[in-house]
Design a protein around this ligand. Structure first.
Ligand code: T5A
Length: 270
């Protein structure tokens, strides 16, 4: 692992990941999310409203889907593609992506205390992680023209806390706008898998390594609501949100992802 000292901004990381011609981003040592490491080189620069005009410059891609839908696998493959194409990108994730966010991630994913996290607190924790993430990492990267790939974002909040937990969708929409300063992704790829297929992948993974995960452990009826919510979101915003079935070979899924990225970039206003 290499830790680069004050690179004008934000994070360090993977030497294949560039920002302002310097290595940056979040790097991970192994495939499991829990083993990601985040190094914040210096405190975040705030991004103020008057920078909104330049926020559109970088291309913003988010990956969504049910548990074990293959996001990490396909993000890794997209990174390889970007490296080959010499596309500068930053890889990040939610919850997480900053020091504050990674602490929140640990609570929302793994809290195992006697008193459970309430649905309302859970929603606000995701929003807090996102507010920090946008200001510290995503908006500065986008405003410098760097492509951002983010593993989960606002659509997860709508699907999990809105449709599956049953919290107020209008409030979630307002909260998401507040946390993101109104910047939505240019392209969202939803990797679609039925809850049964998803449970089977979780079962296979747990055979190797079992980590307590509060949300993953929810009843199958919860995961059905999450999946249906993602399908609904894709119906509502077909230009931004693309559904790609993950129940096919990894190579076929990857090719569809690359096509979706290329089409979305080509359709951006010049
Ligand atoms: N959350 C998050 C909210 O509730 N609200 C929010 O606002 C936000 C931001 C985050 C949790 O927080 C919730 C949602 C989540 O519960 P996470 O780690 O991002 O946690 O969520 P997971 O979806 O659980 O991530 P995982 O790392 O567990 O799964 P991935 O990344 O989707 O799947 P991946 O790539 O690790 O693949 C899983 C297995 O499937 C195989 C892989 O080899 C691997 O073994 N696989 C395939 N097998 C066959 N064919 C294919 N095409 C395959 N693709 C992958």
């Amino acid at each position: 692992m290499i830790c680069y000292k004050p690179i004008r901004k934000y994070f360090t990381v993977n030497s294949n990941c560039f920002f302002n011609n310097m290595p940056c981003g979040i790097y991970y040592e192994q495939k499991r999310i829990e083993s990601w490491k985040l190094f914040v080189v210096k405190p975040a620069r705030a991004v103020y409203h008057n920078e909104k005009a330049s926020m559109k410059r970088g291309f913003f891609i988010t990956f969504e889907g049910t548990e074990c839908a293959g996001k990490s696998t396909h993000i890794k493959m997209l990174e390889d593609y970007f490296r080959k194409e010499n596309i500068k990108y930053v890889l990040t994730r939610e919850p997480g992506g900053t020091e504050v966010g990674e602490e929140i991630r640990n609570i929302v994913k793994h809290h195992a205390g006697e008193n459970p996290v309430s649905d309302e607190a859970e929603l606000l924790l995701f929003a807090a992680s996102r507010a920090q993430h946008m200001r510290e990492a995503i908006l500065p990267a986008l405003s410098s023209g760097t492509t951002v790939i983010c593993d989960r974002f606002t659509d997860s909040t709508v699907a999990y806390q809105g449709y599956a937990r049953g919290l107020d969708l209008k409030f979630i929409s307002t909260l998401n706008k507040f946390a993101t300063m109104g910047r939505s992704p240019d392209l969202t790829i939803i990797l679609d898998l039925t809850p049964e297929e998803s449970q089977e992948r979780i079962r296979q993974r747990n055979e190797k390594e079992k980590i307590h995960d509060r949300i993953e452990n929810e009843h199958v009826s919860f995961h059905i609501k999450v999946r249906n919510a993602f399908l609904k979101l894709a119906d509502e915003e077909p230009d931004r949100v693309k559904i790609i079935s993950s129940a096919r070979s990894i190579e076929v899924v990857h090719n569809d992802i690359v096509k979706a990225v290329r089409n979305a970039v080509a359709s951006l206003p010049k």
